[in-house]
Write a protein that binds this ligand. Structure first.
Ligand code: TYD
Length: 212
């Protein structure tokens, strides 16, 4: 059986990722594509338990090493219990965040000097081996505007409580990742009408995955 594609959506807080995931879900349904939609941190039963531990409470609760180990443990469970079996069954798997978020948030964003980017890559290899997404959509926008959207939404979680420079680091991180892996990553301007963002995403999917 032909394996399914693995597509991840990434971006800083407030970039409209959830809206785009919903629009993508509708598109896949309309096109009779057999898929599952999932998210990180979380996605499997054990990973959702870890998600609750990570995202609740004080922002100083974990240093970047502990945080990265928790995200990685959750990812391993997500891959083994959900992502890999679905891909083997020929399903497309769409994940709202994946490993690039660890590199961006814990590697570039936190900047507490405890972890190198190499450490994060090594840990990813341990968790996932050579497996990588077929396509990573990076929703890019100016952090100040993105955070205004978050403020309008109400309560902040632990990551969204970090200061503005953290969010600028994040944006640079995602752009850097895209520059290093241009065949896997596509940067989409998220500062436009959601319908236009959606159309840009579909165009990339059609060009990179469906034309092969
Ligand atoms: P979530 O409520 O899912 O936020 P979003 O809608 O922005 O995806 O919370 C996930 C938070 O966890 C988000 O701020 C990004 C962060 N995160 C990391 O710091 N490292 C990671 O590896 C992942 C997957 C997420």
């Amino acid at each position: 059986m032909k394996k399914g594609f693995f597509i991840t959506l990434e971006g800083g807080d407030g970039c409209g990722k959830s809206t785009q995931c919903k629009m993508l879900l509708d598109f896949l349904k309309q096109n009779n594509i057999n898929f599952i939609m999932t998210r990180e941190p979380g996605g499997s039963e054990a990973a959702e338990e870890i998600r609750n531990i990570i995202l609740s409470g004080n922002k100083e609760k974990w240093d970047s090493i502990s945080e990265t180990l928790l995200f990685s443990a959750a990812r391993r469970s997500h891959l083994v219990d959900k992502i890999w079996p679905a891909i083997e069954q020929g399903k497309w798997v769409i994940s709202d965040r994946f490993a690039d978020s660890t590199m961006a948030y814990q590697g570039y964003g936190r900047g507490d000097g405890l972890l190198t980017k190499n450490d994060i890559e090594t840990l990813y290899k341990l968790v996932a081996g050579d497996f990588k997404p077929d396509l990573t959509i990076i929703l890019d926008m100016e952090p100040k505007e993105a955070l205004q959207r978050v403020a309008q939404r109400g309560a902040k979680d632990r990551m969204e409580g970090m200061d503005l420079s953290f969010h600028y680091n994040l944006r640079n991180a995602f752009l850097d990742i895209a520059k290093k892996e241009p065949t896997r990553c596509a940067v989409i301007n998220a500062n436009q009408d959601p319908v236009n963002v959606h159309n840009d995403i579909i165009k990339v999917i059609q060009e990179r995955l469906l034309k092969c």
